[in-house]
Design a protein around this ligand. Structure first.
Ligand code: S3P
Length: 175
């Protein structure tokens, strides 16, 4: 019944390490909707990893590719009922944000800085965290980006620990 009412992709936005991919996968499974990770799509279409794209072409080029990939995902009529996880900066790019707000239901997942630090420490695949102290960078980016993220119509707090509760909160938020 819930699934019948939503006929737009559900797009998860929020900081690196907040759990967009993990929550997105579980949410897709609950809704019986496919899950797509926009970062994976960018890597597949560029045939490069995200750190390679940043190192070779820079962030601006990455943002442009990110917008194109998200635009393609949101234009596909066969993907109306899809859960999409975006990279942390996607919703802070004006053009990308406008696309998402127009064609999808955006859900902002938010965590405190401690949780972001803990979760991002598990993988070394984030170029923006490589040039300094990750806690300081995450804290600054979270402050800078919160005004953008808060434009998403649904807000959910992603607590540390298992994602089950967060998934349930998202389901309530989009119902
Ligand atoms: C970025 C977040 C990353 C990835 C890229 C840039 C950001 O995605 O898109 O490293 O600007 O916050 P995750 O949020 O999935 O880590």
């Amino acid at each position: 019944q819930l699934v019948r009412r939503i006929d737009r992709p559900v797009v998860l936005v929020g900081m690196m390490g907040v759990g967009k991919s993990s929550v997105g996968k579980r949410l897709g499974a609950m809704l019986h909707w496919p899950f797509v990770d926009a970062d994976d799509e960018i890597e597949a279409s560029a045939r490069m990893t995200i750190p390679e794209i940043f190192a070779t072409f820079g962030e601006e080029y990455f943002r442009d590719g990110e917008r194109r990939v998200i635009s393609r995902l949101l234009s596909d009529d066969k993907r109306k009922r899809t859960v999409i996880a975006t990279g942390g900066g996607a919703f802070c790019n004006e053009a990308t944000r406008e696309l998402i707000l127009e064609r999808a239901l955006a859900v902002w997942l938010d965590s405190d800085v401690d949780t972001l630090v803990e979760r991002t420490a598990r993988k070394d695949n984030r170029p923006l965290l490589r040039d300094g102290n990750p806690r300081e960078i995450l804290s600054r980016l979270r402050d800078e980006r919160t005004p953008h993220y808060s434009l998403a119509p649904v807000h959910v707090v992603s607590a540390s620990g298992p994602h089950t509760q967060t998934v349930n909160r998202v389901l309530q938020g989009i119902a």
